[in-house]
Design a protein around this ligand. Structure first.
Ligand code: EPU
Length: 416
């Protein structure tokens, strides 16, 4: 099993280039099969989620070429195969094949999706919405069978602005009969990116990025082309690391507008930042001030940066409070931060941090993707060496993390 060894205490200086967004590409690849002949996706991150989804489209009959962050997909021979758990359980986003295959064939057979164990993560909003579009859903053990004699647009009122449900509905609705309206839609930047990809194929989607999205079904989709937006979570992770141990560390190829909630929290902490549209240069201040952070849907403070932000709270002078509101089991990293010396009182999803403490290197385990990123940041500031197990979670979502950190001065080794 691969591990990361990180010797802490080395200042980070130089430039880190941010890759394309994981949470965009994981929907783009399933979306590509809606094209009748081909699709081109640029700025694709080289992460294991990308490669696992490429395996699924290849299994469905696509021919794909992934070179230099460009993914070219020939979709002429796509077939509607069952997506078995050996494919679907590798990642959460395999559920986007529900929407994409419904749109294309009106019929899907797919086993339960996988992904990080950060909560129960039900998919009732996806399934209720499909049902309202005329889909009959049967569950045989872990297998979902979705079948629609006719897929028809409808007005859908989401009980929560779920990112996955909003995207899955768009994927099904682009080729449904008539108009679909999604009320209380998710507004994350990735939703706009995916709508732009579908529109490049000839879909008719308006309102993406607002809480009401309208989709007029069309019969034919082709020649999809898109560049994946910068990964705001990857950018935020390196900004947090730079806030702790950076000296003129520039995070490049990002979109500052997508990071406004994080930027305003880092300002409260007292971090020195030079902010441009597509890059931010960060230097750690002498004293970090305590803050309160509560995760919310976009444009609030994103849950995916909640865990990495907690590495920073260990160094804030005084008492900081953190509350996770999106997932019920996203605090598994806390015991490892405590093992490294952090003073944290955890009460369900609220954590109280007493700082600053000097963290010490030890053996820890990444239990999920962002827990892994949190431990990497903690290790970068700790005294001594930290060994991180469970690296497969980190490799699912961070393109070339060891190389990028090494290039700005971290002492980090990936041990196979
Ligand atoms: N929810 C339901 N029912 C549903 C759908 C969601 O109750 O049918 C609940 C979930 O259990 C959760 C909340 O709603 O408590 C948010 O879920 P959402 O559907 O918005 O999230 P997701 O689509 O499952 C995506 C990202 C997550 C990211 C969230 C929120 C992908 C593959 N995953 O998940 O990314 O945290 O949106 O922004 O795009 C990560 O990158 O570390 C990660 C977990």
């Amino acid at each position: 099993m691969p591990k990361l060894l990180i010797e802490g205490g080395h200042t980070l200086s130089g430039v880190i280039n941010v890759s394309g967004a994981k949470n965009s590409v994981v929907a783009m690849i399933p979306a590509s099969i809606l094209c009748d002949t081909n699709a081109k996706i640029y700025n694709v991150p080289n992460i294991s989620d990308t490669n696992d989804l490429i395996d699924i489209i290849n299994m469905l009959g696509c021919k794909s070429n992934f070179t230099d962050n460009t993914l070219i997909i020939d979709t002429k021979n796509v077939k509607n195969e069952v997506i078995t758990s050996s494919y679907s359980s590798k990642l959460r986003a395999s559920y986007y094949f529900m929407g994409a295959l419904l749109g294309k064939y009106r019929h899907v057979e797919l086993y339960l999706p996988g992904g990080c164990q950060i909560g129960a993560r039900p998919i009732d909003i996806h399934l209720d919405s499909f049902e309202k579009m005329g889909v009959k859903i049967t569950k045989e053990g872990d297998k979902f069978i979705l079948d629609a004699k006719k897929l028809v647009g409808n007005e859908l009122n989401l009980r929560f602005p779920s990112v996955g449900a909003t995207i899955n509905i768009m994927l099904a609705a682009v080729k449904a009969t008539g108009k679909t309206t999604i009320n209380n839609a998710a507004k994350e930047p990735e939703i706009i990116n995916i709508a732009d990809f579908l529109n490049s194929m000839g879909a008719r989607i308006t309102g993406a990025g607002t809480s009401q999205i309208e989709i007029e079904g069309v019969d034919f989709l082709d020649n999809g082309k898109i560049s994946i937006i910068p990964d705001r979570i990857e950018a935020g992770t390196y900004l947090i690391a730079g806030s702790l141990i950076g000296k003129n560390l520039t995070i490049n190829n990002l979109c500052s507008a997508d990071l406004s909630a994080l930027i305003s929290k880092l300002r409260e902490v007292g971090v020195n930042m030079e902010i441009h549209e597509t890059s931010i240069t960060v230097t750690s201040p002498k004293v970090l001030l305590p803050i309160n952070v509560k995760t919310l849907v976009y444009p609030g403070f994103v849950t995916d940066l909640g865990q990495p932000m907690q590495a920073l709270l260990t160094k804030c002078k005084g008492i900081s409070l953190f509350e996770e509101t999106i997932y019920e089991n996203r605090m598994q990293h806390i015991k490892y931060l405590q093992k490294m010396g952090a003073k944290i009182e955890l009460n369900n999803n609220i954590a109280l941090f007493k700082g600053p403490v000097n963290l010490k290197g030890t053996n820890v385990t990444a239990t999920d993707l962002r827990a892994g990123a949190t431990l990497v940041i903690a290790a970068l500031i700790a005294k001594g060496t930290t060994k991180i197990d469970g690296i497969k979670h980190i490799l699912r979502g961070y393109d070339s993390l060891p190389r990028k950190l090494d290039s700005v001065g971290a002492k980090i080794t990936l041990v196979e």
